[in-house]
Design a protein around this ligand. Structure first.
Ligand SMILES: NCc1[nH]cc(CCC(=O)O)c1CC(=O)O
Length: 283
């Protein structure tokens, strides 16, 4: 059986789609896979993300191609997939997740704590901007757009001194760049960060069965919790909420940090579920 795989044409999307196909080939040796790249609004609209009042700008056109049977399934970064999917589509597979952390990239190797006062930090994520400003009120946060490789180049340009990106993107692209990892304890990641989502037609049981062979159960539990949270608070590009869940098969902990848009207020909650009992700690 040959499968047509829908994906964005960015280097990150093609890299992670190839990683998924590698896993699928091992699990389904007789299957063939061909990538069909599709341009999305997010690829063409260069405004700062938090000014674009539309969800799924990196996903909609690709999932439309799945629904219209132009492709058999789509590979997305999960955090780019809105919590509500078209009713004819399903999150068919969540492969093993990469690390959820953000990283701080500065050409001279400075960290967020050590970079000089007055530096310009590039990010288009309100969640990242708020957390940078809370930790370092003496630096300037400036919107930045473009694919990962473009933003890394801009970090060495005259307009920025550093940028914040997801570690998962750097890892999957195999980019050789100096960075310092931001601890999730004081830099909460985007819900779904580091996870890949494979979307298929809900009634295509044959394709779903093939995809399920590379499903990771802990990653599934984690992203379902994070998406439920994100859906509940209706977060997105315009409401700064960080969340991550950690499941080890017998218990799961969901940690959430919500911020006011001006970053002055925050709420931090962590809850652990175990098979036997619930334990809630709020701080
Ligand atoms: N559209 C941005 C986007 N979508 C997924 C990733 C990184 C990979 C991931 O979180 O899985 C990125 C870049 C970034 O946030 O640095």
């Amino acid at each position: 059986m040959k499968y047509i795989v829908g994906a964005r044409g960015s280097q990150l999307s093609v890299a992670q789609t190839n990683l998924v196909i590698e896993q699928l080939k091992k699990a389904n040796p007789d299957a063939k896979y061909e990538i069909k790249t599709i341009t999305t609004k997010g690829d063409t609209d260069s405004r700062p993300l938090f000014t674009i009042d539309q969800k799924g700008i990196f996903e909609k056109e690709i999932d439309r191609a799945v629904a219209q049977k132009e492709v058999d399934f789509a590979v997305h970064s999960l955090k780019d997939v809105p919590s509500e999917l078209d009713e004819n589509l399903t999150l068919a597979c969540i492969p093993k997740r990469e690390t959820v952390n953000d990283v701080f990239i500065s050409p001279d190797g400075s960290s967020l704590d050590s970079i000089k006062s007055g530096s310009v930090i590039g990010t288009s994520s309100l969640r990242r901007a708020v957390q940078v400003s809370r930790k370092r009120p003496d630096v300037t946060v400036k919107p930045i757009r473009g694919n990962i490789e473009t933003r890394i180049k801009k970090a060495s340009g005259e307009n920025y001194d550093a940028i914040v990106l997801a570690k998962a993107g750097i890892t999957r692209l195999g980019v050789d760049v100096k960075y310092t990892e931001l601890s999730t304890d004081d830099f909460s990641p985007s819900p779904g960060q580091g996870a890949i989502a494979i979307v298929a037609r809900a009634d295509d049981s044959e394709t779903i069965e093939m995809l399920k062979k590379i499903e990771d159960s802990d990653s599934r539990l984690e992203i379902e919790a994070e998406r439920a949270l994100s859906d509940f608070v209706d977060s997105g590009c315009r409401f700064p909420v960080g969340a991550y869940a950690k499941s080890n098969g017998t218990e799961m902990t969901l940690t959430v940090t919500a911020f006011s848009v001006d970053g002055k207020q925050s709420l931090h909650v962590s809850k652990t579920w175990r098979q036997q009992t619930d334990h809630t700690s709020c701080s």
